[in-house]
Design a protein. Structure first.
Length: 282
């Protein structure tokens, strides 16, 4: 019991730390200490993290309930969608860490968690999505979120992977997070020794290399690619620089530009937070 409590406490600290870095760092188009939005601010995100920390790390939860209970707690705390993407990405990682055997690594345990997901997990997932009401969710011909799913959670995500990068992580066993996000964050930390700037650099790298699927759902693939292209040179310069702080003004100007146009690279921010969380599990 003591070992289980210590593991849960460690996961809770790691979860809250990743959520804190999410708002402490400049991520153009997203809420941060540097810039809020008309209807959301940093306190909403921190309240969401605090409210969801206990249910998302519950050792007795199934994967679907872990997601649903975290989103239910978030809705009770702030009444809006602040963290669905992060919860969807971190919940399986938490489940994998809680169930990991001594002879396994986190990726092996994660694969087992995803393969063992059930239809009830999918039902709980759909309930969570309906509670959160994320943007850009068009009606689908098969396994639409307004209906009850009849396939496992993993299979619902395989279907959604075509248009959603978060769902794609379920279908590829978080390959992008482990082979791109984790080493990129570690490399930036070695370079700068500053978690906030490493978070910014990782966010820009995701946005450059993976056209943001939230932007794509709302504005189309061409716009998502346009934003990736727009950020490309800045990402390269910043990540090669020994002084990332010199780019702060440029980043904040892009942040204002994106927010004026109501463009939010939210998927890139979610992948960034999940990658930082994954670094702590390795």
């Amino acid at each position: 019991m003591k070992q289980e409590a210590e593991l849960r406490n460690g996961l809770t600290r790691l979860y809250l730390h990743a959520c804190q870095l999410d708002v402490d760092s400049i991520k153009p188009g997203n809420i941060s200490l540097y810039s809020g939005a008309k209807d959301l601010n940093v306190d909403d995100f921190l309240s969401s993290a605090k409210a969801s920390a206990e249910p998302i790390t519950d050792p007795k939860s199934s994967l679907g309930l872990r997601i649903l209970n975290a989103i239910s707690a978030t809705q009770s705390a702030v009444g809006t969608n602040t963290n669905l993407g992060m919860v969807l990405l971190m919940a399986p990682l938490i489940q994998a860490k809680l169930e990991m055997l001594e002879e396994e690594d986190i990726k092996q345990s994660l694969s087992k968690v995803l393969e063992n997901s059930t239809i009830q997990d999918a039902i709980n997932l759909y309930q969570a999505i309906r509670l959160a009401k994320p943007g850009g969710m068009d009606e689908k011909d098969y396994q639409d979120v307004s209906e009850e799913p009849n396939v496992t959670l993993l299979n619902t995500m395989k279907i959604a992977a075509e248009w959603d990068l978060i769902a794609a992580q379920y279908s590829n066993n978080f390959e992008d997070i482990f082979t791109f996000g984790v080493p990129r964050f570690q490399s930036l930390m070695e370079r700068w020794g500053d978690e906030k700037w490493a978070t910014t650099g990782l966010f820009l790298s995701y946005l450059k290399h993976y056209p943001d699927s939230l932007i794509e759902r709302k504005f189309g693939l061409l716009k998502a690619r346009e934003i990736s292209d727009m950020i490309s040179d800045l990402e390269m310069e910043l990540c090669r620089s020994d002084s990332p702080g010199r780019y702060e003004a440029q980043l904040l100007e892009i942040d204002r530009q994106l927010k004026r146009n109501l463009i939010n690279p939210g998927t890139s921010a979610d992948l960034t937070a999940a990658s930082i969380f994954a670094v702590g599990l390795i």
